[in-house]
Every structure is written in structure tokens, then in C-alpha cells.
Design a protein around this ligand. Structure first.
Ligand SMILES: [Zn+2]
Length: 216
């Protein structure tokens, strides 16, 4: 399960960073190929993949500490680094992994333009407007930066407990901030028939609207 996390510990203060980074550069493609080029959270296979250090220690390049992920799922693991490119929401009915899929569909549909693009923008706005509210009411903010900082200040046991305390909390991404990646995402996910996405997009959007609607 993908749950919002922050990069804890000042690992970067340790020595040997340069050699660790060199080691990481070599290991990176090996890890992506080991994982079949797919995100270990949402299973998406994209042109550009990231490699995540599970324990946040960037000098620990043991294969068991490394996992392939995509940009979105990776950002959830370092939520404070998202800045203004996302919102923290209360959204139990949709998994964070599904939000990655939905976000990519929205980005590509918007980039294609036309009537569907406006629907996609509307859905993105609807989700943010509806589901940030309970988070702002409870925590006073929906900023990933504030949540990232709060996660850093938790005791280890409270932090580890977030798998239950934060289990219904998600990150919704700002699709406008991610629009630069649209071409690359479309190429990876819809390489042959660009029109396929219209069918896919409708199915995903209807599914999300139905499930989200049951909450309100
Ligand atoms: Zn992913």
C-alpha cells in the first residue's frame, strides 16, 4: 500500500556521498530492468522511471533497498518535496495507486485538447475542491509541505503508525504542474492508437466519480 511518507533522517550529512551516487548511477538501470520497468506501487510502465531508496538512506544502494517507481508514486514517498504541485486530501475510496493512474489519464486528455479536456479539468478541480475540505478542517492545511514537515517531527513510533492513522489520506496532484510530462506519458501508455485513451479515460473518470460520489 502506498502511503504518504517523508524523507526522514539527515542521511545526506554522512560521508562517502560521491561514491554512493556513482554506485547508484550504475545500479539504477539494473533495478529498473529487475522490476520489468514497472512501478512497484501502481505497476505503470513509463518511458521515465525513478528508483526509490526504501529506507531513505541514499548511501544504501543494496538492491533490496531499491525499487522502481514512477514520478507520482515516488512523490508520495517524499511528500514535502511536492511543494505546491499537490494537495493532501481525505479520500478513502480511491487508492493512491489509482490516483496515479487517474492523474496520468487526466494529464494526457488535457494535453490532447477538445471537449474531453474540459471535462478532465473539471474532474481534477472537483476532486481537489471536494476532498481537501475535511483535511483543512482537521489539520488546518492541505499543503504537502506542511504534512511533510509534520511527518518529519513525529516520533518513530507515530511515524510508523501512519499506516493506520493516515490510511485514508491521499495526495492529489496538480495536473497543470505536471503537464510537461504529457507527451512522454502518452507515448508510454498509448503508443499505438491515441484515440484509445478516450474510451479508457471515460471508464476511469466514471469509475472515480461513482466511487467518490458515494462518499459525499
Ligand atoms: Zn506508480
Amino acid at each position: 500500500m502506498l502511503i504518504i511518507s517523508a524523507k526522514r533522517g539527515k542521511w545526506r550529512d554522512k560521508g562517502g556521498i560521491e561514491s554512493a551516487d556513482k554506485e547508484f548511477a550504475t545500479r539504477r538501470p539494473q533495478i529498473v530492468s529487475r522490476d520489468g520497468g514497472r512501478c512497484r506501487f501502481c505497476n505503470a510502465k513509463l518511458e521515465k522511471m525513478h528508483v526509490h531508496h526504501k529506507d531513505d538512506d541514499h548511501s544504501n544502494n543494496q538492491p533490496s533497498n531499491l525499487m522502481t517507481t514512477d514520478e507520482l508514486c515516488h512523490a508520495v514517498n517524499h511528500v514535502g518535496l511536492l511543494g505546491k504541485a499537490g494537495h493532501i486530501v481525505y479520500l478513502p475510496s480511491i487508492s493512491q495507486e489509482d490516483i496515479s493512474h487517474l492523474t496520468r489519464a487526466i494529464i494526457v486528455v488535457i494535453a490532447r485538447g477538445g471537449k474531453d479536456a474540459e471535462d478532465a479539468r473539471q474532474l481534477a478541480r472537483y476532486l481537489i475542491a471536494t476532498f481537501t475540505e475535511p483535511v483543512v478542517a482537521t489539520f488546518g492545511s492541505d499543503s504537502p509541505v506542511h504534512f511533510g514537515n509534520a511527518l518529519l517531527q513525529l516520533s518513530d513510533s507515530s511515524y510508523n503508525n501512519r499506516t493506520s492513522t493516515m490510511k485514508d489520506v491521499r495526495v492529489l496532484f496538480d495536473v497543470a504542474a505536471l503537464s510537461k510530462g504529457a507527451g512522454s506519458i502518452a507515448k508510454s501508455l498509448y503508443p499505438k492508437a491515441p484515440d484509445d485513451i478516450v474510451g479508457d479515460w471515460r471508464r476511469i473518470a466514471d469509475d472515480i466519480e461513482t466511487r467518490a460520489g458515494m462518499q459525499t
